[in-house]
Design a protein around this ligand. Sequence first.
Ligand code: 5GP
Ligand code: MN
Length: 342
Amino acid sequence: MENFEQKIERLKEYLSGGPKKIAVLSHTNPDGDAIGSSLAWAKVLRSLGHDVACMVPNRYPSFLAWMPGIGNVIIAKENNDRALEVIDDADLIFCLDFNSIDRLENLRQHIVGNERAERILIDHHLDPPVNEYALAFSDPQSCSTSYLVYKITERFVGLDVFDKDAAVALYVGIMTDTGNFSFSFLTADLFRAVAGLVDKGINIPEINSNVYNAYNEGRVRLLGYVLMDKMKIIENGRAAYIGLQEHELRRFDFQIGDSEGFVNYPLSIGSVQMSAMFLETHKFIRISLRSRGAVDVSLFAARYFGGGGHKNAAGGKSFESMHKTIEKFKAAVAEYFSEEKI
Ligand code: 5GP
Ligand code: MN
């Protein structure tokens, strides 16, 4: 197995021999880590003289819209021609914050179709399909892809390439993926890296406020409705779920990203170890799963809903009705908890 240093050497080789056209791609429903890691990595590549475009399949949530440089991120769904052109022209494609290119949905075909461009992965999800990539920086022990970008950059070109904007991007990724420094992988090294970002001049209270106190009225009222009426507790208090249908979302003038974080609330109940949210879209039901401790929702998502993710944060999709999906979930939870003997 290739070690980190050897991978850095290969990365240098891929980026040598003059300026390249590079596409930096991240996942559908981009979150703070997807955008933060992409913007910071683009900065590193540009500092080496490369021509870089960042791209995501669909729009990021509005609470990220203030991020420096986000206006240049290509949103494939809204600018399909430009997106395909960038992918077709790319000499090199970086895939950030997702493991399988299947997660890029309809862009997948084009990416695989560009046989000239090598693909390089930078990601912290479990079980990356490494054969999809020429080089894979995969570290499921990293709290975020943004922190992985920081570590790679440190060894690759040094941290001087990061200016304040890049530091802001990295901090947003780290802050959001760690649930504001409350989930796992909070190492001393991570806090030293954050100290380095503070040295670059980032304003933490301002970033915090930009991300967490920038909701629209509809979202806050929808949260009230969810907690009051929609959160159901099952399995003797050990599991909870929330199902939201399109007609309910319309009532609260739902915008993409408004339900971000809702799935975490049931876990603030002492007994709850697994939480699920089912969000209806016009094509399918998006499933978000969260857990604590030994309860592994990545396994659960893969086994029952063809999804995946991390041990304590995973997701998937259902193409059945809300009712059937929830019935399936309840049966799955009963089976899972009986087997795990938790
Ligand atoms: P979220 O609930 O925030 O949408 O997703 C939580 C985690 O689960 C993310 O890290 C994401 O990568 C993973 N995830 C969400 N949906 C899917 C899916 O459909 N397939 C896989 N493999 N992972 C998913
Ligand atoms: Mn991430």
